[in-house]
Design a protein around this ligand. Structure first.
Ligand code: FAD
Length: 533
C-alpha cells in the first residue's frame, strides 16, 4: 500500500478510480500498460463486489442460450433495455467467466467437473456461476486482488478518495484526491488524460441499504459536477430481502434462497406473494420488494422462511446468510428471517457507449457507476458483476488502442488544508430523506420536497463530501420527479401505470436537475405568497 503524494510523481497516463470488480478487472486487462488504481477503502473492503452472494449470470447450461439470457434481461428491464447492448453483454459472458477462472476464481463445479449453475429470480434457466454457495463476491475479489498485487505494472493507492474531476475543453485533465483517514488533509491534484471511474453504486445514500458506506454515489457526483451526461438516475433497485437485525448496512438474504424454495410469509404465516404474481416468490425484484413493503406498511411484517426448503442444510448451503442471522440472534434453520426492502443496485449512472466512453473525452466508466443500457428500469439478478467485467474488458481494449497525450504529471498539493469531516447529522438526515421520499413507493409531492432539500444542500454546503452526496441525491430525485409513470423499479403511487410517452431512457445533467429544483422552489414560493400577503 502506498499513500504518499510522492507516489504520484511519475503519474501514469491511465488512472482507475475504484478497487471493486470493475476497477481491478480493467487494471488486469490493461497489463502490462502501467496504470494507477485508486481505492477509497483497502482492496477487498468497501466494495459491493466483495459482498455479492449470488454470482455471475452466463448462458452455459445445455439448452440455454445467449439469446434466452438477453430475452430475460430485456423482460426484466420493463421496456428500457437497449436490446443490442443486452445481447452483446450476454454473448461476452462465457469469455469473461473464462478470464475469471484464469485469474484464479474457484467457481463451484458439479460431479462431472462442469461449472455448477444456480437459478435466480426471473432467469428462465439455471445460469448463475457461484463459489461455495453464497461466497462468489468474496472469492472473486480475493482472486483479483492477488492477481493485481502480483502484477508489477499496476500501482495501488489505497485510502484516497476522489472528490473532484478536473476538465478542460470537454476533456479530462486530472483528479482531485483526499486522504480518507485524515479529516484535515490537504488536497492532492494529479494529472491524468485517461480516467476510468469504477466507484460502484449509490445505495448508501439510503438509510436502509445493503451497500457499503463507500457506495455513496461520489463517482457519479464528480462526473455530474464536471458536466458529464447521466443516464436513468431515477432507477434504483430495492432488494426485497435485506435481513433486519439492526445493522447498517443491512445484511442480505440472497435471492438464491428463494430459488431453493424458501418462501415469503407475513407475521400470520401467509404466503403473500402468491396473490401478487403468478411466479410468487420468484417474481421480478421490484414486484417482490413492493409486496414486502406493503406487508410491513400494513403492520403484518415480512419474513423469509427457509425452514422447510433448507432446514438443517442452511448453514452449509448459505454460510454467509447463516452467519449474519446467527450474529443477529436468530437461527434461520428453525426460525423465519425478518426482512425489509433495501436500496441495493443503481441501474442509472454515467451514460456510456459500447466502449465504456462517457460524454467527455478521456473519461470512461465501468461497473455500477456506469449506465450502459443493459438494465433498463430494472436489473436482472447477477447481471451486474457480468456487466462490470464485460465493460472493464472493453474499456481496457479501447484504451489500449487509444493514443493519449502525455499527462502533465502531478499538479501538486494545493496546500488547501480544510476540515473534511462529514457532518454526521446532515448525512443521517439526507439518507433518511432518500428512504422516505425517494424510496420503494414515491409520489410527486414527496419527490418535490426531496428535490428542493437536496438542491439547497448541494448549493449551500461548504463540505465537499456532503455536497457530492447531495449532487447524486438531487439527480435521482429530480429524474424520479420528472418520470410521471411507474416502470420497473420506479413506482409512483400518483402515476401507478406505465405510460408510452415515457418509454425512453432518461439522459440528463446536473444543471437540468438544478433547473427542476429552481422551478419547484419558485412554484412553492408562489403558492405560499397569497397566504403571506
Ligand atoms: C450485498 C450485495 C450482494 C450482491 N450480489 C450480487 C450478485 O450476486 N451478483 C451480481 O451480479 N451483483 C450483485 N450485487 C451487485 C454487485 O455486487 C455490484 O453491482 C458490483 O459489484 C459493482 O462493482 P463495481 O466494481 O462497480 O463497484 P464496487 O465493487 O462497489 O467497488 C467500488 C470501489 O470504488 C471505491 N470508491 C468508491 N468511491 C470512491 C471515490 N470517490 N474515490 C476512490 N475510490 C472510491 C470503493 O472503495 C471500491 O473499491 C450485489 C451487491 C450487494 C451490495
Amino acid at each position: 500500500m502506498s499513500n504518499s503524494i510522492r507516489d504520484f510523481t511519475n503519474a501514469d497516463d491511465v488512472l482507475i478510480i475504484g478497487g471493486g470488480l470493475a476497477g481491478l478487472f480493467c487494471a488486469l486487462k490493461l497489463a502490462p500498460r502501467p496504470v494507477t488504481v485508486i481505492s477509497a477503502a483497502p482492496l477487498g473492503q468497501g466494495a459491493s463486489s466483495a459482498w455479492a452472494q449470488g454470482g455471475i449470470a452466463a448462458a452455459l447450461a445445455e439448452g440455454d442460450s445467449v439469446e434466452a439470457h438477453a430475452a430475460d434481461t430485456i423482460a426484466a428491464g420493463a421496456g428500457l433495455v437497449d436490446e443490442d447492448v443486452a445481447l452483446a453483454l450476454t454473448c461476452e459472458a462465457p469469455e469473461r467467466i473464462e478470464d475469471l477462472l484464469r485469474y484464479g476464481v474457484p467457481f463451484d463445479r458439479d460431479l462431472e467437473g462442469k461449472l455448477a449453475l444456480g437459478r435466480e429470480a426471473a432467469h428462465s434457466a439455471r445460469r448463475i456461476v457461484h463459489v461455495r454457495g453464497d461466497m462468489a463476491g468474496q472469492a472473486i475479489v480475493a482472486a483479483l486482488t492477488d492477481a493485481v498485487r502480483n502484477t508489477p505494472s499496476i500501482r495501488l493507492v489505497e485510502g484516497f478518495v476522489a472528490e473532484r474531476l478536473l476538465t478542460d475543453n470537454n476533456a479530462v485533465t486530472g483528479v482531485q484526491l483526499r486522504r480518507l483517514d485524515d479529516i484535515a488533509s490537504t488536497v492532492v491534484t494529479i494529472a491524468a488524460r485517461a480516467v476510468v471511474l469504477a466507484t460502484g453504486g449509490i445505495g448508501h445514500l439510503y438509510a436502509v441499504t445493503t451497500n457499503p458506506q463507500e457506495a455513496s454515489g461520489l463517482g457519479l457526483a464528480i462526473a455530474a459536477r464536471a458536466g458529464v451526461v447521466i443516464a436513468d438516475p431515477e432507477f434504483v433497485q430495492f432488494h426485497p430481502t435485506a435481513i433486519m437485525v439492526g445493522r447498517d448496512p443491512a445484511p442480505l438474504a440472497t435471492e438464491a434462497l428463494r430459488g431453493e424454495g424458501a418462501t415469503l410469509i407475513n407475521g400470520r404465516g401467509e404466503r403473500f406473494m402468491l396473490a401478487r404474481h403468478s411466479a410468487g416468490e420468484l417474481a421480478p425484484r421490484d414486484i417482490v420488494a413492493r409486496g414486502v413493503f406493503a406487508e410491513i406498511a400494513a403492520g403484518r411484517g415480512a419474513f423469509l422462511d427457509a425452514r422447510a426448503a433448507l432446514g438443517a442444510r442452511f448453514a452449509e448451503k448459505f454460510p454467509t446468510v447463516y452467519a449474519s442471522c446467527i450474529a443477529g440472534g436468530l437461527d434461520p434453520a428453525t426460525q423465519p428471517i425478518p426482512i425489509a426492502p433495501a436500496a441495493h443496485y443503481h441501474m442509472g449512472g454515467i451514460a456510456v457507449d459500447a466502449r465504456g466512453r462517457s460524454s467527455i473525452d478521456g473519461l470512461w466508466a465501468a461497473g455500477e457507476v456506469a449506465s450502459t443500457g443493459a438494465h433498463g428500469a430494472n436489473r436482472l439478478a447477477s447481471n451486474s458483476l457480468l456487466e462490470a467485467a464485460v465493460y472493464a474488458a472493453r474499456i481496457a481494449a479501447d484504451i489500449s488502442g487509444h493514443s493519449l497525450p502525455s499527462p502533465a504529471g502531478v499538479l501538486g498539493d494545493q496546500g488547501l488544508a480544510r476540515d473534511c469531516a462529514m457532518p454526521a447529522d446532515a448525512t443521517v438526515a439526507l439518507r433518511k430523506l432518500m428512504s422516505s421520499h425517494v424510496g420503494v413507493i414515491r409520489d410527486g409531492e414527496a419527490l418535490a420536497d426531496a428535490v428542493r432539500s437536496f438542491a439547497a444542500i448541494e448549493r449551500d454546503t461548504g463540505n465537499i463530501a456532503l455536497r457530492n452526496m447531495a449532487t447524486t441525491a438531487l439527480l435521482v430525485a429530480a429524474s424520479a420527479f420528472s418520470r410521471r409513470e411507474s416502470r420497473g423499479a420506479h413506482f409512483r403511487s400518483d402515476y401507478p401505470a406505465e405510460k408510452q410517452a415515457f418509454a425512453h431512457r432518461t439522459m440528463t445533467t446536473l444543471s437540468e436537475a438544478q433547473d427542476i429544483a429552481d422551478r419547484l422552489s419558485e412554484s412553492a414560493r408562489q403558492a405560499a405568497q397569497p397566504l403571506m400577503a
